[in-house]
Ligand binder design. Structure first.
Ligand SMILES: [Zn+2]
Length: 305
């Protein structure tokens, strides 16, 4: 029997990337969900893979996204809560703001899809004691907001270099993608404060703690596809060897290539052809499923508990 593993996709929309970057066009909530979701669902169906889609409340509220979001549930996938406004500084919210934010997203997602989310992932891996308290109060089964790597500040530096933020916006985003100390957080499923809420971290390479989520693998694949897959195989072998349950993360831009996400050309890997990326993602998922019993986050929470 193969050990359990998780696969999820954070449905970050076009506007949320523009917002983090300080691009005012985000205010009209431009969306690629109606085209992106059918594309992702078709690829996942082909590999017979069920995953969790972490949805943003604001997207669930908007009529133009409804059909696509319903299709996710109709295809048998799991849905999680990825906040309402997708603000990566959510860990700085007051407890009252956190309460409103999580409830608003939950209600919007339930109204759009008919499913009440029971798992949460903070935007930009944001997590705070207030967030954990509210999740426990509302009966969530797990949180999935940690990325236990040392290299968060490098990702932040890249983002700042490619954005037009003023001093106040930079201050708001001062801890975007975390702190080097995140590399000391556990890499395995665990309970917060001993017996508290279950945490399912986005797994990093055991030992060296470098990321291996799919966007990172694609970044490597732009230089060498074979090296990127070999790196992924090593990460999985190390997870198996150290008995670390892997949780692999996908992003919409893993499915979209050159010319398919106008406005996001600044993003790493956006010079690659869409079909190259999609075929690579299929290979990654195939490799993953050969070694592990890959399921959605709800299956992984069950296995971890
Ligand atoms: Zn996100």
């Amino acid at each position: 029997m193969k050990p359990a593993a998780a696969l999820s996709l954070d449905l970050d929309n076009l506007w949320s990337y523009l917002k983090i970057r300080g691009d005012e066009r985000w205010r009209e909530y431009p969306s690629y969900i109606p085209t992106l979701v059918p594309l992702a669902l078709e690829r996942l169906a082909r590999s017979g893979q069920r995953i969790t889609f972490f949805l943003v409340g604001k997207d669930a509220e908007r009529e133009e996204n409804r059909d696509a979001l319903r299709a996710i549930v109709r295809a048998g996938h799991d849905v999680g809560n990825h906040s309402h406004h997708h603000e990566s500084w959510m860990h700085r919210y007051s407890p009252e703001q956190v309460r409103e934010e999580i409830a608003a997203a939950e209600n919007a997602i339930a109204a759009a899809t008919g499913v009440v989310p029971r798992g949460f992932r903070g935007p930009g891996f944001a997590l705070s004691p207030a967030i954990l308290t509210v999740l426990a109060e509302r009966g969530y089964r797990y949180d999935a907001s940690t990325l236990p790597t040392f290299i968060g500040p490098l990702a932040r530096a890249y983002y700042f270099r490619h954005s037009k933020l003023d001093a106040a916006q930079r201050a708001e985003r001062a801890t975007l993608f975390g702190n080097w100390r995140d590399g000391l957080l556990p890499n395995r499923p665990h309970r917060h404060g001993g017996g508290g809420l279950l945490e399912l971290p986005v797994t990093v390479m055991p030992g060296v703690r470098t990321p291996f989520h799919v966007s990172y693998l694609l970044y490597l694949a732009a230089y060498s596809r074979a090296a990127a897959l070999a790196y992924f195989e090593s990460a999985l072998a190390l997870c198996a060897w150290t008995k670390t349950m892997p949780s692999l993360l996908l992003h919409p831009l893993d499915y979209l290539g050159r010319g398919e996400a106008p406005g996001l050309e600044f993003f790493p890997g956006m010079h690659l052809q869409g079909e190259f990326k999609r075929a690579f993602v299929d290979d990654v998922i195939g490799t993953y499923a050969r070694r592990f019993d890959v399921g959605a986050m709800d299956d992984a929470a069950e296995a971890a508990a």
